[in-house]
Design a protein around this ligand. Structure first.
Ligand SMILES: Cc1cc2nc3c(=O)[nH]c(=O)nc-3n(C[C@H](O)[C@H](O)[C@H](O)COP(=O)(O)OP(=O)(O)OC[C@H]3O[C@@H](n4cnc5c(N)ncnc54)[C@H](O)[C@@H]3O)c2cc1C
Length: 446
């Protein structure tokens, strides 16, 4: 019996987590799948700023032996301070460190780059263990991409690697290549791909910069007129903070045009933010200066992905590629973990543990979807019908002033805490399925 061959496109959070769980399926080493992970970047991409792991996500990192190392690498954010243009505190929303109440700051806040690196290294150690016992483990291919994906026969997918000009075929291809997934575009088609990505008319720039005297363990959130804002947040390092600058804008086409160029358009992306923040007040001069210097600047439209089906024959999408809930949901990483766990568990149950003639790929893929969809639907239901973020942002100084006065009043009357309980991210409602995987040792702290 030959073990299945699986190609995972994207070595992000979802991709490496899926590979780790597939290799931890409770089966003999000769049954373990042959996994290839293809990453477009030329090296493991340890980039990106603050993200949260909540509820179900915490239970899943525990299964991978990652709880201690992740908790040792958090940013230590205490909560949110809304500030005005003179940096005066308007309102405060503290984190609930017990994780019982999901507020804007979760109990585990970590930099995306740090988490991606931990997940990659965990996957490597699990793969090494499997290889040491005679299994195939994971083959990583960096710096390449697919330019075609074809369902060559009912049970075989043929792919072509653009750079190395090589054709290979797999039993299953998984697109874990993020919000702008090219697996989705190649297999679902350009029109369906465009329809799947629902813009929230918001565009963000993420980067880090040296800490200054006004920075602390609290996230400072400054909302400016012209429907834009900035969050400056702790990074976990005393001498650096992270920045999320954003504009809510449905009319200036340049925001979506500069996104299409990806990293090739980085100068145009920075120039656009510099233009919009030139008159925003507060610490904008510092932010523009540091953004222009930043080497880790990352630009992204804020959007959700909605698809009726996450799989087509033997191609399945996972994480942001299938069901991005957007950074404002606070749930993207938790959903990436949950989906990877459900997909690996379903494949272990219906495919990996069975002899070749009894493998039931269709049931595995549909079970993964049935288990994961309820969590995705909750996470994608943003406050005020998705208009929540727009409701908080205004065009004129007067409207911003009225907004600041309202949140000051809400914070002083305790309404803020109530809002967190009512409208916080729904991570504690996400079910963690009872799939059995092999136990792994806790990942070392260094
Ligand atoms: C560089 C980067 C920075 C980010 N920064 C933030 C942030 O600061 N805040 C935030 O809230 N969210 C950020 N995100 C998104 C966040 O990581 C995801 O929302 C969440 O963790 C779900 O993870 P995912 O694995 O589904 O997707 P992602 O984490 O986006 O991972 C997708 C992976 O696929 C790779 N990839 C993309 N296209 C291809 C291709 N054609 N072929 C091969 N590989 C490909 C990417 O390089 C990446 O490694 C960032 C994502 C990336 C890639």
């Amino acid at each position: 019996m030959s073990p299945p061959s699986i190609l995972i496109v994207g070595s992000g959070i979802a991709g490496t987590t899926l590979a780790s769980f597939l290799l931890l399926a409770p089966i003999s080493v000769s049954q373990k799948p042959h996994i290839t992970i293809l990453e477009r970047a030329s090296h493991p991409r340890a980039q990106g700023q603050n993200i949260d792991i909540r509820g179900a996500g915490v239970a899943i990192i525990r299964k991978l032996g990652l709880e201690s190392v992740i908790k040792a690498n958090t940013t230590g954010e205490e909560g949110v301070h809304f500030v005005d243009d003179r940096n005066r505190l308007i309102a405060e929303g503290p984190a609930d460190k017990t994780g019982k109440v999901q507020t804007g700051t979760s109990d585990i806040e970590i930099l995306r780059g740090t988490l991606a690196e931990i997940c990659y290294r965990r996957c490597l150690t699990i793969s090494h263990d499997v290889k040491a016992k005679g299994g195939a483990g994971v083959e990583f291919i960096f710096g390449d991409y697919l330019d075609s994906i074809t369902q060559a026969s009912p049970d075989r997918v043929e792919v072509h690697f653009g750079k190395r000009n090589e054709t290979r075929s797999y039993d299953l291809v998984i697109g874990a290549d993020g919000l702008q997934s090219s697996t989705r575009a190649l297999v679902w088609g350009a029109e369906a791909d465009r329809a799947a990505v629902r813009s929230l008319d918001m565009y963000g720039g993420f980067f880090s910069m040296p800490s200054g005297p006004t920075d602390s363990e609290w996230r400072r959130w400054f909302i400016a007129p012209g429907r834009k804002g900035v969050m400056v947040r702790p990074s976990g390092l005393k001498d650096r903070v992270t920045v999320f600058m954003y504009c809510i804008n449905a009319t200036d086409q340049r925001f979506s045009e500069v996104a299409e160029g990806g990293r090739k358009s980085i100068e145009a992306q920075k120039a656009l933010f510099a233009e919009y923040f030139a008159d925003a007040g507060w610490e904008s001069a510092r932010l523009i200066r540091e953004m222009n210097e930043a080497e880790d600047f990352y630009y992204s439209p804020v959007a959700q992905v909605k698809l009726d089906e996450w799989s087509k024959d033997r191609v399945v999408l996972l994480g942001d590629a299938a069901y991005c809930a957007s950074p404002i949901s606070g749930m993207g990483t938790t959903l990436a973990f949950t989906g990877a766990h459900n997909l690996a568990g379903s494949l272990a149950e219906h495919v990996l543990s069975r002899p070749e003639e009894k493998r039931d790929w269709e049931t595995a893929l549909s079970q993964h979807e049935t288990l994961t969809r309820p969590a995705v639907e909750k996470a994608q239901t943003l406050p005020f019908g998705g208009q929540g973020i727009k409701v908080l942002h205004f065009e004129t100084w007067w409207a911003v002033w009225i907004f600041r006065t309202s949140i000051w009043a809400m914070a002083n009357s305790g309404v803020f805490g109530l809002l967190s309980k009512w409208k916080g991210p729904p991570a504690n409602d996400v079910k963690v399925e009872a799939f059995e995987f092999e136990k792994v040792e806790e990942f070392p702290l260094s």
